[in-house]
Design a protein around this ligand. Structure first.
Ligand SMILES: CC(C)(COP(=O)(O)OP(=O)(O)OC[C@H]1O[C@@H](n2cnc3c(N)ncnc32)[C@H](O)[C@@H]1OP(=O)(O)O)[C@@H](O)C(=O)NCCC(=O)NCCS
Length: 174
């Protein structure tokens, strides 16, 4: 079977979905991955978030939620479990046409319920979007307050020597 080569997008393809369309949040499936790759890496090439490979997205598809409008993926968020008592909110992105209408909140808040159901007391995120995460109840902490375990991912991150992301945490049972 021929391998399809994907390269990071410089622009996002125009959506058919109308900005006033009804949006559903659901678990991602395999068919969503190429669009997830486009949205996440569109922001990643601008330095807004970390990039994801197709491989990583397929591997983690069961933990990614998507927002779908008119049959198209217009946003995403995921929970990445780090250890018994901690999980990371990752890959939060909303297509520019759908920003500012509460979709980021609709994608992230269900992750709180999921964390509580799993018995995970603390969520954290590493982000440049402090304003957004503050509105969702996260507070800034010194990066070194996060446990050593979370730095495993940093060893393969291209930002490891000049990380500009802010660490934020949110308690789930307060
Ligand atoms: C960050 C992002 C996901 C927000 O999505 P969104 O759908 O526009 O956010 P919402 O409309 O759900 O906003 C939720 C709340 O956060 C606030 N908010 C959103 N973006 C904000 C910002 N940049 N600064 C301050 N507050 C912000 C909103 O005012 C809203 O507040 P309220 O619900 O208390 O009234 C979106 O801007 C995005 O995709 N950015 C590019 C990718 C990115 O940087 N992702 C973060 C990776 S860690």
């Amino acid at each position: 079977m021929p391998t399809q080569i994907y390269s990071p997008p410089v622009t996002l393809p125009r959506l058919h979905a109308r900005p006033n369309a009804i949006v559903h949040v659901r678990r991602a499936c395999m068919g969503d991955v190429p669009r997830l790759y486009e949205i996440i890496n569109y922001y990643a090439v601008r330095g807004d978030m970390l990039p994801k490979t197709m491989d990583q997205l397929y591997n983690r598809v069961r933990s990614i939620d998507v927002a779908e409008a008119d049959g198209e993926v217009v946003g995403c968020a995921a929970l990445h479990i780090t250890w018994a008592d901690m999980a990371e909110v990752v890959s939060v992105a909303v297509h520019p046409d759908f920003q500012g209408i509460g979709l980021g909140r609709r994608l992230v808040e269900p992750l709180f319920d999921e964390a509580r159901q799993l018995g995970i007391p603390t969520l954290f995120t590493l982000t440049l979007q402090m304003g957004f995460f503050s509105h969702l109840g996260f507070r800034e902490v010194p990066k070194l307050h996060l446990p050593h375990k979370i730095w495993q991912d940093c060893t393969t991150c291209f930002k490891q020597d000049y990380c500009d992301e802010i660490a934020m945490v949110r308690e789930m049972f307060e």
